[in-house]
Design a protein around this ligand. Structure first.
Ligand SMILES: C[S@@+](CC[C@H](N)C(=O)[O-])C[C@H]1O[C@@H](n2cnc3c(N)ncnc32)[C@H](O)[C@@H]1O
Length: 245
């Protein structure tokens, strides 16, 4: 399935980067919500080794490097990685980029990462618990895993259905969701609230924060905006710490 998602992102990356217009000044967590400048979930990054999972064009990793971190980004899509190389060059920062599956972190030593981060990539991963275990191996004890993904309550709704939005599938339905985004076919996976929490707990993390940010009031809306985002949280952000194994 990683090959399918890599292929979808290879097809979509140029359009996404052109229309999404994501900045490199600060790490983002999702559309139309505050970014790291306001949320401050990652702590001081100077001198830290930060791993970004599903980095796309690595706007967040570039922001980490600008803050003095050693940033390492991994993504399954070669075209996204090519965008990342171009943006890093334009920003004149050095980041390490890997083309590969985030569930395979064998290239990293155990206990070598200070912060693991991911924005809007985990919904494309069926076996997220495997990723949690892999990341646990490479994180230092006490280090943070911070990630965002579509909110489990937003996932089942049809965002094109008007206001209020209609629930289009059962919250309990964990079968893959196949959808088309600007003509490109994607498959995404529904990770419920309890699945996320239990996966982290079983992989020996302690969840210390969960955020469901509201859209920034009065701000201009992004290309990703749907009115449904005023009704149901679009994004969930989870912060967890590695406990000893
Ligand atoms: C919505 S994009 C988000 C990219 C970036 N984090 C951002 O905020 O722009 C999702 C990214 O996850 C990547 N991805 C999906 N599954 C992956 C996997 N198993 N391993 C590595 N990257 C993956 C895709 O190639 C794509 O670049």
């Amino acid at each position: 399935m990683t090959a399918d998602i890599a292929n979808a992102w290879d097809q979509f990356a140029d359009d996404y980067q052109r229309k999404g217009r994501l900045g490199t000044e600060s790490a983002h967590y999702g559309p139309d919500i505050p970014d790291e400048r306001e949320l401050r979930l990652l702590g001081h990054l100077e001198g830290r080794r930060v791993l970004e999972l599903g980095c796309g064009a690595a706007q967040c990793s570039i922001a980490f490097a600008r803050a003095g971190a050693t940033a390492i980004g991994i993504d399954a899509s070669a075209v996204q990685i090519a965008h990342a190389r171009r943006l890093a060059e334009e920003a004149e920062v050095k980041i390490e980029l890997r083309h590969g599956d985030m569930a395979d972190l064998a290239f990293l030593r155990a206990d070598s990462i200070d912060v693991a981060f991911s924005a809007y990539a985990f919904q494309y991963v069926e076996d997220l618990n495997r990723v949690f275990r892999q990341v646990h191996r490479v994180l230092r004890v006490g280090a943070l895993l911070v990630f965002s993904l579509p909110h489990p309550a937003y996932f089942p709704i049809d965002e094109e259905s008007g206001t209020p939005p209609r629930v289009a599938r059962s919250y309990f339905d964990r079968s893959p969701e196949r959808y088309s985004w600007e003509g490109v076919a994607f498959t995404a996976y529904h990770h419920t609230f309890a699945d996320l929490y239990m996966g982290l707990a079983r992989a020996s993390y302690r969840v210390d924060l969960i955020l469901e940010p509201e859209p920034v009031p009065g701000a201009p809306r992004s290309w990703f905006w749907h009115d449904a985002m005023d009704w149901v949280p679009r994004t969930i952000i989870v912060r967890a710490r590695k406990e000893g194994s």
